[in-house]
Design a protein around this ligand. Structure first.
Ligand code: S3P
Length: 446
C-alpha cells in the first residue's frame, strides 16, 4: 500500500515523439466492482483482465476479511467465491482501504446492512477525504457511524440488521456515493432509489444487472435520472467477467501522443462507456486527431482501440456538465491545455478538491513549477497554453496522488526541460507498469 511504500522520485525527459501500440491496464472502477459483487453472490465468479493495482488489492483484502474467498489464479485472472447478499461476517481487524476512495465508499455501503461493527482506515490521503457523503445517506437507512471530525477515516461502522429503503437525491455528482447507496439497497427490503442530477459512471448498475439484480433507471422531468434497486435478490454466481481497459489510464498515453507532433499511438482495449469518455470528446474539440477503431462490446461495456496522432491543439471551454464523465482526467487535460494554443477553461470542478489530493491545487502547483500560467478559483482552473512545448524544469509534489504523478511525467515528455515528480510509487495504486509502458512508446521516464 502506498502508505507503506517508500517514495520514489521519477524524472521525465523531453522526447521527439511517441510511437507504437500498447494495451491499457484493466479498468479500476470495474475491477473493484467485479470483486465486490462477486463477493455477494452465491457461487464462483471468475474475472479476467483485473487491474492488479494497490487500490484493487485493498478491496480484495477487505473482502477476504469479510468472509469471501478471493484468489489470484493467473496474471489478471481472479476467482471469487461469494457469501451471498447479507452473508458477510465481522472482520477481526481494521479494514485498510489504502489510497482507495472507491474501496472505502462502496464497501461502506456493502457492510452498512450487516449487523456487526467494523473499523475502516486508509493512507494519509484517504484519511483526509470526505466520508460524510456516504455516512449521511447510509445513516438514514439505519447504519451507525463514528468517524473523525468532518466525517474522516478512521471510522467505525455498525450495520443495521434491517435497513430502511430510501429515496435519496445526490448533493454531489458521485458514482461512489450512488453505488454505496445501491449496494446498501441490495440487502434492504423494498426499493431503494438514488436520484443523480448529472449522469455519473454506471458500471454498478450494469454489472448488478449482469448478476441478475433488478435495477431500473428512468429519466426525470428536470433532466436528472432515478436509479432504483429492488432489495434482497439472490445474485447469480458462476459469472465470468472480462474487465476492459481503463479510459482514465489510457488517457496518459493518449495525451502524451496528442501533444507531441509526429506521434502516432494506438491504445488497445479501452472502455468508451459514454459516462467515462468526456476527455476524448474534449481532446477532439481541442483539435486532436483521435479515432475509435474496432468498436465492440465486452462484458456489457463498449470498448475500442484509440488511435491518436500528435499535432497542434487549441484551448477550449470545457462545459461543467461534462465533469462527471471525465472527473479523473482533469490533471492530464491540464497538461494538454499547457501545450495548446490559447486558454482552456475548466469550470464547475470543485469536486477535484475531494480527490486523492486537492487536485485543483496540486495541478496548479505543478503548472507553476513548470512555467505554465494559469488562473485558479474555488471551482475552476484556466490554463494558458504555451502553443507548443511548455518550459518544464520543475519538481512536482504528488501528495500521494497517482494521477498528479502520471500527468506531470507526461508533461515532461513534451516540455523544454526535464520534469520530476517527488513520488512515483503512488502510481502503483492504479497503473503498475506505467513508466515501462510509456518508455515502450519512446518516453524517457527514469
Ligand atoms: C469512481 C468514481 C469517481 C472517480 C473514482 C472512481 C468509481 O469518484 O473519481 O476514481 O469507481 O465509482 P466520485 O464518485 O467521488 O466522483
Amino acid at each position: 500500500m502506498s502508505a507503506s511504500s517508500a517514495s520514489q522520485k521519477l524524472v521525465s525527459a523531453p522526447v521527439a515523439h511517441l510511437e507504437g501500440r500498447v494495451r491499457a491496464p484493466g479498468d479500476k472502477s470495474i475491477s473493484h466492482r467485479a470483486l465486490m459483487f462477486g463477493a455477494v453472490t452465491v457461487g464462483e465468479t471468475t474475472i479476467e483482465g483485473l487491474l492488479e493495482g494497490e487500490d484493487i488489492l485493498s478491496s480484495a483484502a477487505a473482502l477476504r476479511s469479510l468472509g469471501a474467498t478471493v484468489d489470484r489464479t493467473g496474471a489478471g485472472a481472479w476467482c471469487v467465491r461469494g457469501v451471498g447478499v447479507g452473508g458477510f461476517r465481522e472482520p477481526s481487524d481494521v479494514l485498510d482501504m489504502g489510497n482507495s476512495g472507491t474501496a472505502a465508499r462502496l464497501l461502506s455501503g456493502l457492510i452498512a446492512s450487516h449487523a456487526f461493527t467494523s473499523f475502516m482506515t486508509g493512507d494519509a490521503s484517504m484519511r483526509r477525504r470526505p466520508m460524510m457523503r456516504v455516512i449521511e445517506p447510509l445513516s438514514r437507512m439505519g447504519a451507525r457511524f463514528i468517524a473523525r471530525e468532518g466525517g474522516r477515516l478512521p471510522m467505525a461502522v455498525t450495520g443495521a440488521p434491517t435497513m430502511l429503503p430510501i429515496e435519496y437525491r445526490l448533493p454531489v455528482a458521485s458514482a461512489q456515493v450512488k453505488s454505496a447507496i445501491l449496494l446498501a439497497g441490495l440487502n434492504t427490503p423494498g426499493e431503494t432509489t438514488v436520484i443523480e442530477p448529472e449522469p455519473t459512471r454506471d458500471h454498478t448498475e450494469r454489472m448488478l444487472q449482469g448478476f441478475g439484480a433488478t435495477v431500473r433507471t428512468r429519466a426525470l422531468d428536470d433532466g436528472a435520472r432515478a436509479i432504483t434497486i429492488v432489495g434482497q435478490p439472490e445474485l447469480a454466481g458462476n459469472r465470468h467477467i472480462v474487465v476492459p481497459g481503463d479510459p482514465s489510464s489510457a488517457a496518459f498515453a493518449v495525451v502524451a501522443a496528442a501533444i507531441r507532433p509526429g506521434s502516432d499511438v494506438l491504445v488497445e482495449n479501452v472502455g468508451i462507456n459514454p459516462t467515462r469518455a468526456g476527455l476524448y470528446e474534449t481532446l477532439r474539440e481541442m483539435g486532436a486527431a483521435l479515432t475509435f477503431e474496432n468498436e465492440r462490446v465486452m462484458g456489457g461495456e463498449s470498448v475500442a482501440d484509440i488511435r491518436v496522432r500528435g499535432g497542434a491543439l487549441k484551448g477550449i471551454d470545457v462545459p461543467p456538465h461534462r465533469a462527471p464523465s471525465m472527473i479523473d482526467e482533469y490533471p492530464i487535460l491540464a497538461v494538454a491545455a499547457a501545450c495548446a494554443d490559447g486558454t482552456t477553461r475548466m469550470q464547475g470542478v470543485a469536486e477535484l478538491r475531494a480527490k486523492e489530493s486537492d487536485r485543483l491545487a496540486s495541478v496548479a502547483a505543478g503548472l507553476e513549477a513548470n512555467g505554465v500560467r494559469f488562473e485558479i478559483g474555488a471551482d475552476y482552473l484556466h490554463v494558458q497554453g504555451c502553443n507548443g512545448a511548455p518550459p518544464g524544469g520543475g519538481l512536482v509534489a504528488t501528495h500521494l496522488d497517482h494521477r498528479i504523478a502520471m500527468a506531470f511525467l507526461v508533461l515532461g515528455t513534451a516540455a523544454k526541460a526535464t520534469v520530476a515528480v517527488d513520488d512515483g510509487a503512488t502510481i502503483n495504486t492504479s497503473f503498475p507498469g506505467f513508466a515501462a509502458l510509456m518508455n515502450g512508446l519512446g518516453a524517457k521516464i527514469t
